[in-house]
Ligand binder design. Structure first.
Ligand SMILES: NC(=O)c1ccc[n+]([C@@H]2O[C@H](COP(=O)([O-])OP(=O)(O)OC[C@H]3O[C@@H](n4cnc5c(N)ncnc54)[C@H](OP(=O)(O)O)[C@@H]3O)[C@@H](O)[C@H]2O)c1
Length: 244
């Protein structure tokens, strides 16, 4: 597939290129907006049938249509990129998430900042503490979705394990429940679900995207799996003060 468009943003650029893998989704489009606002040249990857969802960016970004686990598409998209932001989704039962993660890990330029999205259910060190409700929901949803062959959460877990084991400059941003609405500012984060600061379990989607984009320039987040929560939520207001 040929790229659909390429142009500058009209704003003073950073001279840096950012690839957004999964650009047409809700999170992806917010990330594209944040990246353009910050002066990045943006390359987006999305499924062919979803290219129209990026119409608002026409002439301002390059779009490479394709499945996000298509290694050839990813190799072309990440070529020359300083950062790659990947929306990790466990669709289907054909290892979509792990295929996507592996393609990015294998093809991103050495030293590029890699930032992946997932939910709180992913644990890096097994020290996260989940409520009984969360565990029940995750177990029931995960099992039913896999039975229906719609979603394979286990594959998203496998994808993140590959990221954690890689020697790239990765960050895995673990999202809480999400809501729409205006920005509340950069979410606060903690290393472990169960930490009191995260108890509200809610983040504005626009701010989740902002956290992903700003993580690129934050070396403190390299090799971290921050779990995030909205900065104006009750738990953040009561307990924010830095990661535990
Ligand atoms: N409660 C939550 O929603 C929640 C909580 C925590 C973290 N997260 C994380 O947030 C991220 C996604 O959020 P989002 O707001 O962007 O969701 P979204 O708008 O539903 O988009 C998700 C992505 O999945 C793709 N997709 C949808 N159906 C597909 C299919 N059948 N096959 C292949 N790809 C498909 C979409 O591509 P198209 O545009 O082509 O459809 C898009 O790139 C994920 O990493 C998720 O783990 C979500």
């Amino acid at each position: 597939m040929e790229p659909i468009s390429r142009d500058g943003t009209g704003k003073p650029g950073t001279g840096k290129r950012m690839c957004v893998v999964g650009a047409s989704g809700k999170l992806g489009r917010h990330m594209v907006r944040h990246a353009l606002d910050r002066g990045y040249e943006v390359v987006g990857v999305c499924r062919e049938q979803s290219v129209d969802k990026l119409a608002e960016f026409e002439g301002r970004i390059t779009v490479l249509p394709g499945m996000t686990d298509d290694r050839e598409v990813i190799a072309r998209a990440v070529d020359g990129c300083d950062a790659v932001l990947t929306v990790l989704v466990p669709w289907g039962v054909h290892h979509y998430a792990s295929g996507t993660a592996q393609a990015v890990l294998d093809h991103a330029p050495p030293g590029a900042r890699l930032v992946f999205s997932c939910g709180w259910h992913i644990t890096r060190d097994g020290k996260d503490v989940y409520t009984r409700r969360f565990r029940l929901y995750a177990a029931v949803f995960g099992r039913l979705a896999k039975l229906a062959r719609v979603v394979d959460v286990d594959d998203q877990v496998a994808a993140c394990r590959r990221v954690f084991a890689s020697d790239t400059r990765w960050t895995v941003v673990r999202g809480s429940d999400l809501e729409e609405g205006d920005s509340q500012g950069l979410p606060v984060w903690s290393r472990h679900v169960g930490d009191p600061v995260l108890a509200s379990n809610l983040t504005r989607r626009v701010d989740y995207a902002r956290f992903m984009v700003e993580a690129v320039e934050n070396d403190d987040l390299v090799h971290e799996a921050p779990a995030i929560v909205g900065r104006l939520t009750p738990s953040a207001l009561a307990h924010a003060g830095g990661p535990a």
